[in-house]
Design a protein around this ligand. Structure first.
Ligand code: ADP
Ligand code: MG
Length: 441
């Protein structure tokens, strides 16, 4: 199958050729014809499978036909959970829409309003936005949505988790009723189906790979650890290995990301932290450095690292296990991009054993513990037995916060949050749970 078979506009095919894409990925091959036929779409596929082009290409194809209306508002609206993802979708739309001269704008929180007002007052085709800021502008009457033809929800599962649903409901209520709507998600679990029923009309459903898909190009390893000092030793051992090109190290809190980055810097690594407390400018600069290879190690929290697409990332290291099992899948998806191989290493302390079990249930895969000579754990950790894998296809407790109906605030699915030395661990990225960062030192 080639892109030529998909009846895309020649100038889009030209751009794809320049991008070096020879054939559509499975999600693209299945989604593009449905979208071009005008259907609403509910699509899920694991990270790194090319979902961005799966909606951007048919959206651009729509733009190849001029709109009869003289109004200047966007014809396509893409809602995304984070600024980084907005940037990424914007870049992709520009790349694939290069020869169509599609006018693309991204509107995210943290940017000055006057600049955004200016951007929004110009004629535009594609608007990529985070829900909160978009709603602000809509309520101030800054956006003309009269000729909107297509709404895309990218990483809908994440938007749901981040509490964007009320905003999204208000946005969709203000959009033309005859628009086409596409919803993309890494998973169709939890409340996604309910949201889809609410927002989509007779959608076609495409489910390429379930959460249980094996991430076959990513080698997953597990190390049991005694304590933080053990984690640090293992980390140093892993990072100096010659096969590490670039690595993302995940911590559970922003404060911890900063401290670990400082330690790694002192140890001579080209390292930076990335988390939600940084300004957008600082985050962009860090990501640019990562892309250019000026940084080899990024110490990040979950929300900030979501959607990072840097081909050089050979290793993902879960210094702390994620609180939510689904974040594990998003984390390891930062490596093994564009068909490359990747390695994902997780550290699990005694206090994290239940998080480990939830991850295994969610992915349907057992993580086998490995040891490194000289760095074996001293304490024996009982790896809790997961419920049965695989045959039902559905983990009993997927770790999805939505499954418990509580969202982050309800904390239904959270672990007790035991840190080291009996201290309570803080929340990382949930901006609405305003707690002071605690020292890990
Ligand atoms: P997802 O949103 O599913 O996580 P992305 O859309 O970010 O995945 O795509 C992951 C990577 O694959 C990107 O680097 C993208 O440029 C690349 N890619 C997407 N489609 C193709 C294709 N048809 N051929 C080659 N590379 C592709
Ligand atoms: Mg994506």
């Amino acid at each position: 199958m080639s892109f030529e078979n998909l009846a895309l506009h020649p100038s889009i095919l030209h751009a794809l050729q320049e991008a070096g894409y020879t054939e559509p990925t499975p999600i693209q091959a299945q989604a593009i014809p449905e979208v071009m036929a005008g259907h609403d779409l509910l699509a899920s596929a694991q990270t790194g499978t090319g979902k961005t082009a799966a909606f951007t290409l048919p959206a651009l194809n729509l733009l190849a036909t001029p709109h009869p209306s003289k109004s200047r508002g966007p014809r396509i609206l893409v809602l995304v959970p984070t600024r980084e993802l907005a940037q990424q979708v914007n870049d992709a739309a520009r790349k694939y829409g290069k020869f169509l001269r599609a006018r693309t704008v991204s509107i995210v929180g943290g940017m000055p309003y006057p600049l955004q007002n200016k951007l929004l007052s110009q004629p535009l085709d594609i608007l990529v936005a985070t829900p909160g800021r978009l709603l602000d502008h809509m309520e101030r009457g800054r956006i003309d949505l009269a000729r909107l033809q297509m709404l895309v929800l990218d990483e809908a599962d994440r938007m749901l988790d981040m509490g964007f649903m009320p905003d999204i409901e208000r946005i969709t209520a203000a959009l033309p009723g005859d628009r086409q709507t596409l919803l993309f998600s890494a998973t169709l679990e939890g409340n996604i189906a309910r949201i889809a029923a609410q927002i989509l009309r007779n959608p076609k459903t495409i489910q390429i790979a379930s959460q249980q898909a094996k991430h076959e190009n990513i080698e997953q390893r597990l190390h049991f650890v005694d304590d933080m000092s053990h984690k640090n030793k293992l980390l140093e051992h892993l990072l100096i290995a010659p096969e590490v090109n670039q690595a993302i190290v995940f911590t559970s809190t922003k404060r911890h990301a900063d401290l670990l980055a400082e330690d790694l810097h002192a140890a001579g690594h080209k390292v930076a932290a990335l988390h939600g407390d940084m300004t957008q400018g600082a985050r962009n600069r860090t990501l640019t450095k990562l892309r250019h290879g000026d940084i080899n190690v990024l110490v990040a929290t979950d929300v900030a690292a979501r959607g990072i697409d840097v081909a050089g990332i050979s290793h993902v290291i879960n210094y702390d296990l994620p609180k939510f099992a689904e974040d594990y899948v998003h984390r390891i998806g930062r490596t093994g991009r564009a068909g490359k191989r990747g390695i994902a290493v997780s550290f699990a302390s005694h206090a994290e054993r239940f998080q480990l079990r939830k991850i295994e249930q969610f992915t349907g895969q057992r993580l086998e513990a490995a040891v490194i000579a000289g760095l074996e754990p001293q304490k024996r950790i009982q790896q809790p037995k997961p419920h049965k894998f695989g045959d039902s296809g559905k983990p009993r407790n997927s770790g999805h916060p939505g499954n418990k109906g509580g969202g982050y605030k309800g904390a239904g699915n959270r672990q007790p949050g035991q840190g080291y030395g009996g201290q309570k661990r803080q929340d990382g990225e949930k901006s609405f749970s305003k707690r002071s960062g605690r020292s890990f030192a």
